[in-house]
Design a protein around this ligand. Structure first.
Ligand SMILES: Cc1cc2nc3c(=O)[nH]c(=O)nc-3n(C[C@H](O)[C@H](O)[C@H](O)COP(=O)(O)OP(=O)(O)OC[C@H]3O[C@@H](n4cnc5c(N)ncnc54)[C@H](O)[C@@H]3O)c2cc1C
Length: 303
């Protein structure tokens, strides 16, 4: 357990104050032990993967930020069913599956996060999303009144997975999941991954500090197209900037704060709403603070 952990190191955006405590848990027993120890104080726990879709607050988090590694980052296959720990890094998982001759999960290698993060967001690309291969999940869920935790297995159909959304309950902790894969042409799958990566490198600022898409695409349109159309490509608030390459990628151009990032989001939402009547829904997660309330406040001040 580490004290005063700088959270900017735990987020692909490189933004955030310090966490009161940060802990890396390596086994299922560790997780269950921690949950039992915190009981009704479970709101002080914040679960993260690689922080690739996370905005942490500038003032830090007065709680325990928890990440999973060790056996919680392992995976094993039993025929076409693969059990994956929530802490497994997507790219490592896909590489291992291809090595063993399994295809079907390659889209995950383009998503720079963990399996737990992918479940929490029903992560996906334009080709595929997790819900298409997820069979079931093992989740620790709290009984809010009693502060008692239960670990249960939930079929994917009970998780209400939709575009970048999973119907997890407040406090739910994803421990592992089972995905289905198949035997197929591994060389062809690898070549597709290479092509997709090349395309992304050409069309997205893939190597700069961002969370990927800041907003979810509205039905039948693209958030990037709308933000570009209102003239915000390249626009900057403090250290936060809308990418010149792809207008739905908001980047930390050096010294951005969470406040800069939220102000830029508010401006984009405001302009897009004014011009197109479309309300952009954040895809980035505000973790450890009520970023949504701050966003709405900022937006009001622009009217
Ligand atoms: C360059 C770039 C490209 C990207 N491209 C894509 C893309 O194509 N498609 C896409 O879907 N996303 C994309 N993303 C966003 C991001 O990679 C995904 O959302 C990813 O699934 C987040 O995983 P993570 O482990 O980093 O989660 P984090 O950012 O650490 O967490 C995200 C949320 O999940 C919760 N969470 C994490 N682990 C658990 C757990 N075990 N139990 C319960 N809750 C948990 C956190 O509390 C938080 O609310 C991109 C990001 C970047 C930086």
């Amino acid at each position: 357990m580490r004290a005063d952990e700088p959270l900017h190191r735990r987020s692909s955006l490189r933004i955030g104050g310090s966490a009161w405590r940060f802990v890396d848990l390596g086994s299922r027993e560790d997780v269950i032990g921690l949950l039992a120890a915190v009981g009704p104080d479970w709101r002080r726990l914040v679960w993260v993967g690689l922080g690739s879709n996370t905005l942490f607050p500038d003032e830090g988090i007065d709680g325990v930020v928890v990440r999973m590694s060790g056996e919680l980052a392992d995976w094993h296959s039993a025929e076409s069913q693969v059990t994956v720990g929530a802490g497994a890094v997507n790219a490592h998982l896909v590489r291992g599956l291809l090595r063993e001759g399994w295809i079907g999960a390659e889209f995950l290698s383009l998503i720079p996060g963990t399996f737990g993060g992918a479940v929490a967001l029903n992560a996906g690309t334009r080709e595929r999303e997790l819900s298409e291969i997820l069979e079931r999940c093992e989740i620790a869920r709290v009984n809010e009144e009693q502060g008692v935790w239960h670990v249960g297995t939930f079929p994917a159909s009970e998780l209400n997975l939709s575009y970048r959304h999973a119907g997890l309950k407040d406090g739910d902790v994803v421990l592992s999941g089972v995905v289905k894969v198949e035997r197929g042409d591994v060389e062809e799958a690898k070549s597709r991954v290479r092509q997709d990566k090349d395309r992304r490198n050409r069309t997205q600022p893939y190597r700069l500090a961002s969370v990927g898409s800041t907003f979810a695409n509205p039905q039948g349109d693209y958030a990037g197209r709308l933000i570009e159309a209102v003239g915000l490509k390249g626009h900057r608030v403090g250290g936060a900037q809308i990418s010149e390459l792809h207008a739905n990628f908001f980047i930390n151009a050096g010294d951005a704060t969470a406040a800069d990032f939220i102000a830029l989001m508010a401006l984009a939402r405001h302009r897009v709403r004014e011009r197109f009547g479309v309300e952009l829904r954040p895809e980035v997660r505000f973790v450890g603070f009520d970023g949504w309330a701050q966003l709405i406040e900022q937006e009001k001040s622009l009217r």
